[in-house]
Design a protein around this ligand. Sequence first.
Ligand SMILES: NC(=O)c1ccc[n+]([C@@H]2O[C@H](COP(=O)([O-])OP(=O)(O)OC[C@H]3O[C@@H](n4cnc5c(N)ncnc54)[C@H](OP(=O)(O)O)[C@@H]3O)[C@@H](O)[C@H]2O)c1
Length: 315
Amino acid sequence: MFNQQPSRDQSDPQRVVVMTGATSGFGAHTVRHFAALPDTRVIIGARGSGRSAPPRVDILPLDLASLASVREFAHAVVQWLGDTRIDLLVLNAGMRGSSAGQRSAEGYGLTFAVNHLAHYLLARFLLPSMAGHSRLVITSSNMHDPPIKTIAPKSFDLEAWAYPTKNGSGEGIRSYSVSKLCNLMTAQSFARLDEVKARDISVIAFNPGLTGGVGGGDASALQKALFTIVTHTIYPLIGLFRPEFVMNTPEHSGKRLADVALGTIVPPHGRVYVSLVKGEPTFPDPSELARDRESQDRLWRESAVMVGIKENPKS
Ligand SMILES: NC(=O)c1ccc[n+]([C@@H]2O[C@H](COP(=O)([O-])OP(=O)(O)OC[C@H]3O[C@@H](n4cnc5c(N)ncnc54)[C@H](OP(=O)(O)O)[C@@H]3O)[C@@H](O)[C@H]2O)c1
């Protein structure tokens, strides 16, 4: 069950972790690594009821499909923190809608809203509560990159991204690809903030690579079964020639996400993107559009308007 108002252990933990996407998929493995660390308190945001969590993990309600819920969660986290600060902010939740018509509570495309807008708002809200030398990790994907996924965006079109329309097959994956591009752009914008540099906060965009055993969002049971069959038969063969088809286990990707968040894996200076496409971490260039500074700035500014942030420290 949700613990609506988890009280912080007064013994003052040395490390505080806040995480989304910890209830299933590889994130459920990541959170176990955090929970097993000494002197560490973990708080996760999760939707639904009847949730259980590993020991020393508190759960607060969070539905990323609603910006109002994101604000409530963020307020509750700040209250829970008291005088302490966040050491690791891990924004791992993600979904892939099945149709372009799905909308968030505020009327944005559901996948764009859950994967990008909600995390953008959450990270901006919680940034002042992050400790010096802390880490912000946002889970992205190589699906943002046109050479990997041909329908991935090649030009900036926020109107189409925020309000996707029915445009034939692949509409779900197109919105997903857009949202993961936004995650990467947002990570780079955060990394450039004076406030982030001054407090030596590390910002990392994490790509787990294709990872099996996933929940599969709102896909039907048949779609999930077919996906499982394909990933265990055809993908390993294609993976002999195309590394992005090599399947990581949830245990492996979950451990590596924990490593990235804990600073065991550190990208070279000036880089933000960590990819597990080849099983072990590499630090590739994001797509050309993801690296475009003007597009990053526009996404930052216009996302602020969409989530109702009035002040823009970057303008
Ligand atoms: N698996 C892959 O091959 C792969 C590849 C590249 C990137 N990624 C990214 O990696 C991350 C984790 O993926 P996964 O494969 O482990 O996915 P998953 O098994 O479907 O888990 C997704 C997580 O996000 C949470 N979530 C989804 N919608 C939410 C909402 N509206 N409010 C709150 N939480 C929500 C889920 O919560 P519930 O338990 O309530 O569903 C779950 O904890 C995602 O960001 C995904 O895009 C995955």
